[in-house]
Design a protein around this ligand. Structure first.
Ligand SMILES: Cc1cc2nc3c(=O)[nH]c(=O)nc-3n(C[C@H](O)[C@H](O)[C@H](O)COP(=O)(O)OP(=O)(O)OC[C@H]3O[C@@H](n4cnc5c(N)ncnc54)[C@H](O)[C@@H]3O)c2cc1C
Length: 403
């Protein structure tokens, strides 16, 4: 494909349509669900009825060879509200996990169950993190053991910080099948709806993205049939045999999912930053002090020059990584991580500047900017902290296993 930064007519239409939904439905609901700290089921349902939360819509997004559609959609939605966006699109991490590791039969069986129908909406969760395994996903303790006589896997362990954890219909759980092999001894499992032994632990009260449910997931003697192992037993056995012979693996269950989803998560951070930039710019043009609009002061005006420059650079990194992912171009320099790092840091910085521009009015809940700042912070933490993104980039550029 020739180099171009022009959006196609289709992409512009989708961008406009999603922006309209974000402006009409999401933004007006943001404050309420932030205060309630609950999953906004009516908004998810409205997104499903509009066709925005559906397997078809997401599949078409993945099918876009430019890679930009899902980035555009996520930026517009998070412009409306990031917590609600995560409630609506939190399932996509599980979807990505199934697509990255599942067989064609598993993809066909489970993806529709992650979405349900507009009248009976379903959601999904992707559970990797544990109390003692956050950045270091190689040290997972959740254990899956196989009983050949019944073709059943039994999973035991505790997952924490799981988006949609315990309330999801479909849980994708990453567990160790051979602890001695560390990250290479892990596999992903589908835990079907209503499986006995899976329960929600503590639900966390968070600083931001409060409309998104985050909780522990407890797995006690959870039994799933053999066909719930993503990729199947034969492929797992081959992979384990290679790992035992000391061969380096090309990919690892959890990391493959996070790599592919980073530019999309980054696009959400760009959306929050853009919302704060636009809102505070309008404010600065209208707020008068010392007899002139505050934007007449270079100290304020230059903030906007820096804000928009950072936002545009974050978006471009995001589009580049999304394009690479869609075209199978490997992230040889940690390009996915670059997009997430730049977008997360930009969102935190821009939202803080926006509060400063609004002064006291930025510090109260009547205006959105304080919430945007709280929401932005998670983008330097989840799906790999900023430090871990830097580690990935530094390892890629140096070829050295920097610690
Ligand atoms: C709201 C929310 C939603 C989440 N959703 C999900 C989800 O759906 N599924 C899921 O599996 N997980 C989820 N997570 C977990 C998230 O991915 C982890 O919190 C994150 O990876 C960091 O792990 P940790 O919190 O254990 O921090 P730690 O790994 O303990 O890190 C603490 C600090 O040490 C730094 N650090 C650690 N190791 C290094 C190193 N080698 N070099 C330099 N610095 C280092 C980190 O950058 C960080 O600053 C979610 C988390 C939150 C808060």
């Amino acid at each position: 494909m020739e180099f171009s930064l022009s959006l196609s007519e289709d992409q512009k239409d989708i961008q406009k349509w999603v922006h309209d939904f974000a402006e009409r439905v999401v933004r007006p609901a943001a404050r309420e669900w932030d205060e309630r700290e609950e999953t906004p089921w009516p908004i998810i349902q409205e997104a499903a009825k509009a066709g925005l939360y559906s397997l078809d819509f997401i599949a078409n997004g993945y099918a876009d060879k430019s890679g930009l559609t899902l980035a555009l959609v996520n930026e517009e939605m998070a412009w409306g509200d990031a917590g609600i966006t995560l409630s609506i699109f939190g399932s996509i991490l599980a979807v990505a996990g199934i697509m990255a590791n599942g067989t064609p039969e598993q993809i066909t069986e489970w993806l529709p169950q992650c979405f349900g129908t507009p009248d009976d909406v379903k959601i999904a969760a992707f559970a990797v993190t544990e109390p003692d395994a956050g950045s270091d996903v190689s040290s997972l303790r959740t254990r899956a053991t196989y009983d050949q006589s019944t073709d059943t896997w039994t999973i035991n362990g505790t997952k924490t910080w799981i988006t949609n954890g315990g309330i999801a219909d479909v849980h994708v759980v990453v567990a160790s099948v051979d602890p001695e092999l560390g990250a290479r001894g892990q596999a992903s499992f589908i835990v079907p709806p209503k499986t006995a032994g899976l329960s929600q632990g503590q639900k966390f009260k968070k600083m931001g993205i409060r409309a998104s449910h985050t909780a522990e997931v407890i797995l006690e003697e959870v039994k799933v049939p053999g066909n719930c192992l993503l990729g199947g037993k034969a492929r797992l056995d081959e992979r384990l045999a290679r790992a035992r012979q000391g061969e380096r693996s090309k990919s690892q269950a959890a990391m493959a999912t996070f790599e592919a989803s980073r530019p999309i998560v980054a696009a959400q951070a760009v959306g929050i930053a853009r919302a704060a930039y636009e809102y505070s710019l309008e404010y600065a043009k209208n707020r008068t002090q010392f007899g002139r609009p505050i934007i007449d002061n270079q100290a304020i005006a230059f903030k906007f020059a820096d804000m928009v420059t950072k936002i545009d650079s974050a978006r471009l990194l995001c589009w580049r990584a999304a394009w690479m992912a869609a075209n199978g171009v490997p992230f040889t320099h940690g390009e996915g991580s670059m997009s997430k790092l730049q977008a997360g840091e930009t969102a935190v910085w821009v939202t803080e500047q926006a509060i400063q521009v609004l002064g006291g009015y930025g510090y109260v809940r009547e205006n959105y900017v304080e919430q945007w700042h709280r929401d932005a912070k998670i983008y330097t933490i989840f799906e790999g902290t900023s430090e871990i993104q830097r580690l990935i980039i530094a390892r890629a550029l140096s070829g050295i296993h920097i610690r």
